[in-house]
Design a binder for this molecule. Structure first.
Ligand SMILES: [Zn+2]
Ligand SMILES: [Zn+2]
Length: 339
């Protein structure tokens, strides 16, 4: 079978792979759609230090079960629509021992530290599956980035009476907006530099939007929060300026949660950490309840998941999709490849 690989900086190729057979405890999946993640774009651009090339990308997965191996529970049936948790956890590191396997020290994400799913068949442990029956297969690959944002909403500690803000409304940021809105935060302020992304954020539950390219972010957040600043800010961009803005704008006794990966060192006025007595947290990957919640929200039609999909490409154009995204990153929410 053919698989799609990133072979060098802005170089891709179709490679041959033997179709896998499910071992005990595994299911064989027919991949239907793969969503491209920002980390795949970084790999393509040569900016992903975790990846050794060549690498088959793909960890945002829409698939159907075609075969179950020995010992797989009967709840998993041939034909069932599923998505896959693309992470691993060792069970022995300090994160795993603390019950936080999402940030396992030895995590290997599909398409990052190990080959991903941009091919027709993959075999995965049944314990990594999430039932997505009832969702359209062309939307199931959109679940994973939303779960990453949902986990950040958990990490933020946001409560019902809180004013919250999310900086960056890509797919992960939208997941954070959705997560905060479903926690009934009093206000969910979406911040981005693109008006289309902001109007989509409204449909995911943002109560307020701020275009920080055209409006004064500080003035807008002060006004919305009655002069306090937001109690919780989630940063989902990864630029030094937005890393700093989160600390500058957050309320005293607030929380700042970082999902974005800053690609350069960030300079801080650290006195604000102390003066404001901030909770500053990282947020990595997602937990099983994040998958279950996003799927539940999607099935109930609580947000328009289909609007995240900017464009779907044929498998033969998997390389073109990366080239297009590389050329015009601002306008893309999610690109998918149909296998
Ligand atoms: Zn992803
Ligand atoms: Zn571990």
């Amino acid at each position: 079978m053919k698989a799609f690989a990133i072979t060098g900086v802005r170089e891709t190729a179709f490679v041959d792979r033997t179709a896998p057979e499910p071992r005990a405890g595994e299911v064989l999946l027919e991949v239907n759609y793969i969503g491209y993640c920002g980390s795949d774009l970084n790999t393509y651009r040569g900016f992903n230090p975790l990846v050794k090339l060549p690498r088959i990308p793909g960890h945002e997965i829409s698939a159907a079960i075609v075969e179950t191996g020995a010992g797989v529970p009967d709840a998993w049936r041939v034909g069932q629509t599923v998505t896959v948790s693309p992470y691993t956890s060792c069970g022995l590191c300090s994160s795993c021992l603390k019950g936080r396997p999402n940030c396992c020290r030895f995590n290997e994400t599909l398409g990052v530290q190990r080959d991903g799913a941009l091919t027709k068949y993959i075999a995965v442990p049944w314990t990594k599956l999430y039932d997505a029956e009832g969702m359209a297969p062309e939307h199931v690959e959109l679940i994973e980035p939303l779960t990453v944002g949902g986990h950040a909403a958990d990490r933020s500690g946001a409560m019902e009476d809180d004013v919250t803000a999310v900086i960056g409304c890509g797919a992960v940021g939208l997941g954070a907006v959705l997560g905060l809105a479903r926690k009934n935060a009093r206000r969910v302020v979406a911040v981005d530099v693109d008006d289309d992304k902001l109007s989509l954020a409204r449909e995911f539950g943002a109560t307020d939007v701020v275009n920080s390219a055209t409006a004064d972010l500080h003035a807008a957040l002060q006004e919305i929060s009655g002069g306090h600043g937001p109690n919780c800010i989630i940063e989902a961009v990864g630029l030094p300026a937005t890393f700093r803005a989160a600390v500058d704008e957050v309320a005293f006794a607030g929380s700042v949660t970082y999902i974005g990966y800053a690609k350069a060192p960030v300079e801080y006025q650290t006195k604000l950490f102390v003066q404001k007595e901030l909770d500053i947290r990282g947020s990595r990957n997602a937990n099983p309840e994040n998958f279950r919640r996003v799927i539940d929200f999607a099935r109930r039609g609580l947000f328009p998941i289909e609007k995240m999909l900017t464009r779907t490409y044929a498998f033969a154009d998997a390389g073109q999709a990366l080239a297009d995204w590389d050329a015009a990153p601002g306008k893309v929410c999610r690109l998918a490849v149909k296998l």
